[in-house]
Design a protein around this ligand. Structure first.
Ligand code: NAD
Length: 384
């Protein structure tokens, strides 16, 4: 057995953990920080108390409160210029993946020359950044623990990853209380992003014994708690378990990478501006169709974790069909729209299949696939 665990961030997890933001950030030697967030998180009343905790700890706070979804490289450059001009010595990101990834990417620009597009993987290497505190307010991306930031390349209309030392949080503060106000549709979409990390981490070409444990637990928790969190946003037990599932699914895919679902998801995000979690959710039944021929036992296990009773004598294709159908039903139960409902046109499918084969996720698909194979799976999703 051999595997790698590269998650290095300290994690503070628990209800009310965000009250410690000020004193924990000062402990890194910071005196003036850039606080990064978006309008939705500010309007939800989440930013105020955390800024208060920082000011109480005598930190000076520079605000950047206009993060955009699928963060564009141009916005990251703008935010980086503010951070450099203000000579901040640390960054605190409060929000969903778009905000946490913006905070990470700006951390590159604090200690390295811009623009940020020079740092896309696999070529862009950078020096470490400043202390970085990440506080997730969705239970979806796992960005608080991963070593990647996803930034939209406005020139190529693609989403690309930035990897390296400035991406690694000095501290992740996971406070499930911050997710209580997340509206049902965002709870569902982000929760399915966690599910996608767990499934793809479990079946990636570089899966490991450690990622298996993390993914299995995350799959079980998402199936048990996501419907509860969507139905009743104040269900604290469900919210806490979704925050935990998100964290451990992030730890899983941090080393094993994502694959087919995210390759499709990135294209839907970049070309059609479909929210990341929704884009991944609609691709998930297809992931099962992709992996069933090479990992039938794992697909069976996913089915069991989703509560399916699968007779011993079933053929792999029958197991695959049952699990894939269960995910379709789960998406429906959560109110995730279909590709047609998302206004994707039939003519978009072939360009999407071609773009998916060029996405970084495609390198980790556990079997070889032609563009036509990819197209057939997207067409199946389109027929729903
Ligand atoms: P997001 O950050 O774009 O936020 C979605 C919406 O939710 C925003 O309008 C925001 O204001 C709102 N919101 C967030 N928290 C809230 C709360 N508690 N209450 C009310 N509203 C709230 O969405 P996301 O799905 O968290 O992040 C998606 C981005 O993360 C994509 O760009 C995706 O590519 C990236 N991503 C990164 C990683 C990584 O490891 N770095 C992994 C997966 C995805």
């Amino acid at each position: 057995m051999s595997f790698r665990i590269s998650a290095k961030s300290e994690v503070l997890f628990g209800e009310g953990a965000s009250h410690q933001t000020g004193k924990r950030t000062v402990a890194f030697g910071c005196s003036k920080v850039l606080c990064v967030y978006d309008k939705g998180v500010k309007d939800a009343g989440i930013v105020g108390p955390i800024v208060e905790s920082m000011e109480k700890a005598a930190l000076r706070v520079v605000h950047y409160g206009t993060v955009l979804p699928d963060p564009p490289d141009t916005m990251v450059d703008e935010c980086g210029a503010i951070a450099r001009k203000e000579k901040v010595d640390g960054i605190v990101g409060i929000g969903g993946g778009s905000t946490l990834d913006t905070a990470k990417a700006v951390n590159v620009l604090l200690t390295n020359p811009g623009p940020i597009r020079h740092y896309y993987a696999p070529t862009g290497v950078h020096k470490p950044g400043k202390p970085l505190v990440l506080i997730p307010t969705t239970s979806g991306t796992g960005s608080e623990i991963t070593h990647v930031a996803v930034v939209s390349n406005t020139a190529t209309k693609t989403k690309g990853g930035i990897l390296g030392p400035a991406m690694v949080a000095s501290l992740a503060i996971v406070d499930p209380l911050l997710t209580l106000g997340l509206p049902p549709h965002i709870t569902a979409a982000t929760g399915m992003d966690t599910f996608a990390h767990a499934i793809e981490g479990y079946t990636s070409v570089i899966k490991s014994a450690m990622s298996d444990i993390l993914s299995e637990k995350a799959i079980e928790l998402v199936f048990k708690y996501l419907p509860r969190a969507v139905k009743n946003g104040s269900d604290m037990e469900a919210r806490t378990n979704m925050s935990f599932a998100c964290l451990i699914a992030g730890m899983s895919f941090n080393d094993t990478m994502i694959h087919f679902g995210h390759a499709i998801g990135h294209c839907l995000g970049a070309l059609h501006h479909i929210p990341h979690g929704v884009a991944c959710a609609v691709a998930m039944p297809g992931v099962i169709d992709v992996v069933i021929s090479v990992m039938p036992d794992k697909v069976r296990r996913v089915g069991e974790l989703m509560g399916l009773t699968l007779a011993k004598g079933l053929k792999p294709a029958e197991v695959g069909a049952a699990v894939s159908e269960r995910i379709v039903a789960f998406n429906k139960e959560l109110g995730i729209p279909t590709l047609r409902e998302l206004k994707v046109k039939e003519a978009d499918l072939l360009p999407m299949a071609r773009a998916a084969t060029r996405d970084v996720g495609f390198f980790f698909v556990p079997r070889s696939m032609s563009t036509n194979d990819v197209l057939a799976i997207i067409q199946k999703a389109y027929a729903l």
